[in-house]
Design a protein around this ligand. Structure first.
Ligand SMILES: Cc1cc2nc3c(=O)[nH]c(=O)nc-3n(C[C@H](O)[C@H](O)[C@H](O)COP(=O)(O)OP(=O)(O)OC[C@H]3O[C@@H](n4cnc5c(N)ncnc54)[C@H](O)[C@@H]3O)c2cc1C
Length: 474
């Protein structure tokens, strides 16, 4: 049988499994083969959308028997090329979009069982309708899928309070590369029975198998929120305020986002944001307290905290949102900042994490290091400070050629990553490794750790068919 016949026969087999409507051959295919920022464009033998776990299993068994690589895809919002097939065109893309049922919601157990293709925002809505909170929340929530979130171990705005995707899962169902289904869908909060296999699949970015469903944790639904935008002189002050805010709120702090003056100016100039404070400050923190207890009024707690901090000159100024519209206006600064960077020319991105206590030193040292390499470069370090996760983005010097600036991408990455690693940090805090950061992962792991990772990969995927070239070198 020649190679072309093998492809024809596999496609026929796949069509038999998923039906005509499950084989994507039309204009929907192109965006499924391209990374959203255009970093990677792939090709595929076929793109399939199985509609049940049995179909996922049959598709994977067929690929396994034909020795054909498989590339799982959720909402394709990941920004590291993880869900994109390679240019070789020898893989089958398996999209989970049609696996989108909520199988059960058990309010008394505070859990729901969701299939991998459920859109994150839909899960938030389902939890809310049951008077619960599903706290995973991030910019891509309108289109990313829970299977992708778990495979990338996504974090987001509320990680500080509720943890990463990994912390929100009690049980998992996954299909192995040879088509076997592992049903680990228990809703147990205590279960010490050997290796906790779900944690291998969470964060594996599709390199071990396909997650098809998960038991997710729910929480009491917040009934009150207090939000402030605080102006500070330094990142050190922001760190000191963080400790105070956690204690004062009895650890009900749900967001603590750091932004530099430059980021706020970008958001005001290009994203319709408004600066609520009368004079400029070097740094800003967007801070939010949330409670599910109607008797715990978060606004006075925030007022007392900020009054004391002002009196001690720990903070320079602060505005507390007096309405939902004002709260939205504060968030507009944080969310607009990312979009606004585009209007300032080329932008080189980093997604690092360091211990929270090292955030001030990391920002100072990384800023000095990039300025030494390129005078005039404009760092915009912002993000989830309470998780030690800073998006250390660099805007190009004013007037510099955009392409010449972007040509420095790898060099700037190396410079910034070296500072993060010196502080015991990570080169990928929440976006994962995908294809983009494979070399970076190798640089930050010991030989022993890499050996362990490769051994796990070989044990679960002995033919190396699951998402080859992602996370670990193929
Ligand atoms: C605007 C924006 C804001 C963001 N903000 C944050 C943030 O604040 N915090 C954060 O942590 N992240 C953030 N992200 C990244 C986000 O975590 C990922 O984009 C998202 O989790 C990926 O979900 P997805 O369904 O799009 O997965 P995809 O992009 O389709 O896939 C991601 C990876 O998982 C694999 N995969 C997908 N589904 C499965 C499955 N069912 N089984 C096995 N493997 C699978 C893919 O092969 C790929 O390697 C943001 C992204 C965007 C675009």
């Amino acid at each position: 049988v020649n190679a072309a016949d093998k492809v024809t026969s596999l496609r026929a087999k796949l069509r038999g499994i998923v039906g005509d409507s499950g084989l994507i051959d039309d204009e929907r295919a192109a965006p499924m083969l391209a990374e959203p920022r255009g970093l990677f464009h792939g090709r595929a033998l076929a793109i399939v959308q199985p509609a049940s776990v049995d179909e996922v299993s049959a598709v994977m068994r067929a690929c396994w028997e034909a020795d054909v690589p498989m590339v799982p895809q959720g909402g394709n919002t990941g920004l590291v090329g993880g869900a994109i097939a390679s240019e070789a065109g020898n893989a089958v893309v398996i999209s989970t979009a049609r696996l989108n049922r909520i199988r059960a919601l058990d309010a008394a157990n505070d859990t729901m069982i969701a299939e991998a293709g459920c859109i994150l925002a839909h899960l938030q809505e389902a939890a809310s309708a049951a008077d619960r909170l599903f706290p995973l929340s991030l910019g891509a929530e309108g289109s990313c899928q829970i299977g992708g979130n778990l495979s990338a171990n996504a974090g987001g705005i509320l990680t500080l309070r509720y943890g990463n995707a990994r912390d929100l899962v009690l049980g998992l169902e996954a299909v192995l590369p040879d088509g076997r289904v592992w049903n680990g869908l228990n809703g147990l909060r205590k279960n010490n029975t050997g290796y906790d296999l779900k944690h291998l699949f969470i964060g594996a970015e599709g390199t071990l198998g396909i997650v098809t469903a998960a038991v997710l944790k729910l929480f009491p639904k917040p009934v009150a929120t207090a939000t402030a935008l605080v102006g500070l002189e330094s990142v050190e002050s922001a760190l000191a305020l963080l400790g105070r805010a956690r204690a004062a709120s009895d650890d009900r702090l749900s967001a603590y986002e750091l932004m530099p003056r430059r980021g706020l100016e970008f958001a005001v100039a290009h994203a319709g944001a408004v600066d609520p404070l009368p004079r400029p400050h070097g740094w800003y923190v967007l801070l939010e307290l949330q409670t599910a207890n109607a008797e715990f009024a978060p606004a006075p707690v925030l007022e007392n905290l900020l009054e004391a901090a002002l009196a001690e000159r720990l903070v320079e100024d602060a505005a507390i949102a007096a309405s939902e519209a004002q709260r939205a206006a504060f968030w507009r600064i944080r969310e607009g900042l990312v979009e606004a960077q585009k209007a300032e020319g080329g932008s080189i991105k980093h997604d690092i994490a360091v211990p929270v206590s090292s955030v001030p030193a990391f920002i100072a040292e990384a800023s000095a290091a990039v300025a030494a390499r390129l005078p005039g470069v404009r760092p915009v370090p912002f993000g989830h400070m309470a998780d030690g996760n800073i998006h250390f983005n660099l805007s190009q010097p004013v007037g510099m050629d955009r392409a010449a600036f972007l040509a420095l991408w790898d060099e700037m990455n190396e410079t910034v990553h070296a500072v993060a690693l010196r502080h015991g940090g990570s080169i990928s805090a929440e976006h994962g490794i995908g294809r983009l950061k494979v070399a970076g992962l190798e640089a930050m792991k010991s030989a022993t750790e890499l050996d362990l990772m490769r051994a796990v990969k070989r044990a679960i995927d002995p033919k190396g068919l699951m998402n080859p070239g992602k996370v670990l070198r193929a």
